[in-house]
Design a binder for this molecule. Sequence first.
Ligand code: GDP
Ligand code: IMO
Ligand code: MG
Length: 423
Amino acid sequence: MAVDVILGLQWGDEGKGKIVDFLAEKYDLVCRFQGGPNAGHTLKIDGRKYVLHTIPSGIFRPEITNVIGNGVVLDPFTMVKELQSLDAADVDYHSRLLVSKKAHLIIPTHRYLDAASESAKGHSKIGSTLKGIGPAYMDKTGRNGLRIGDMLASDFESRYKAIKTKHLGLVNLYPHIDFDLEGEEERFFTSIERIRNLRYINSEYFINNALNDGKKILAEGAQGSMLDIDFGTYPYVTSSNTITAGVCSGLGVAPSKIREVIGIAKAYCTRVGSGPFPTELNDETGEKLRVAGSEFGSTTGRPRRCGWIDIPQLLYTIMLNGVTQVIITKLDVLDTFDHIDVCTAYGYDNLITDELPFDIVNIPIEPQYENHAGWNQSLEGIVNFENLPEKAQLYIHHLQKLLKTKISMVSTGPEREKLLAVN
Ligand code: GDP
Ligand code: IMO
Ligand code: MG
């Protein structure tokens, strides 16, 4: 069978977790292919809220196997906390949660380096989640990293010490920051002990064997395409390939195995952390979006920056990902807006264009807006797309036309069941 992909088309937090949890039912395996505990995927099931960071969002479906792929960087401490929250919710994951031996480990000094490097950047800081993501991927590509499989080796501690010593040399290059290394190391080794009895696998074989056996696989992306290390708003990005290409390298599946690419986008747009955001609203409308959408980070609690939906940005990420269908989330957040704006083009360098400039960080962009009347009505209780207010339907159909891509579903609330199929 084939691999379908769910990934974010904006700057993250599009509602990927909710959609993966909803659609997981149709699959045999849900596999995370990149990122690490910088992600925060929120699920609302039977009135309870869960936030997953490393564990795939198919874990609440008892019949589904969940794989943490080789492309992921894993922090044992965050992992233990997530497992504890699953235990508290009586989720039996022991036979259904598998971890690639080739996934990389985040060790305490990765977080130390992340914090020291961000602090040294001053005003040009990335706004990292400080989970050690950048330094862990640097060690991976620098060929110094420790992998999950190494954790099981007899010389693990001496390899850990060697890399820690290297990191401490690097930390000294930055101005001093406080970091309780001793305490963090104690937590790290305790956590390693607690995750030792998880199931570790050669995930590339496991996944390809599953495909050969006719199993259906859903690949779950983290972050968003605008945070991609190659195509995002560099350097204000994360350190992995968040686009469809990351599925191949992050799970070990061939491009020919990928079928549907489901791109998730909010009905407006948000970003957390620093960097360019052409449609950002630094006014009361932006504040209204933040309050209506509860736009505060799932991982760090930071307020998210808010703005209108950006069609050039979405056309760019639809192109990069080969998106075959789009799901629009958080439509209900626009319920109380008299007017809704849609950015259809960018103005810069005396041009009106829908192409993103290379130097998006420094070139001032003048978004060109279309104005739409809002529907000013609650979407609560509406279970069919056809029963949405006419203006809400028009908004979705209009977006579909602008995006030149099928909008297959619309989400109208955080709860699992609040998802309407678009005809
Ligand atoms: P992810 O990182 O892409 O999984 O998204 P997050 O979980 O970080 O952020 C999405 C937030 O929006 C979470 O708090 C979700 O519970 C919530 N959410 C998801 N879909 C909807 C929706 O359709 N409407 C509303 N109001 N909230 C939603
Ligand atoms: P999910 O999967 C939103 C942002 C950070 C920062 C930049 C780099 O929940 O959508 P990093 O910690 O990777 O060094 O941070 O990327 N960022 C996210 N923003 N959602 C996420 O994940 C994010 N993961 C990282 O805020 O600007
Ligand atoms: Mg999130």
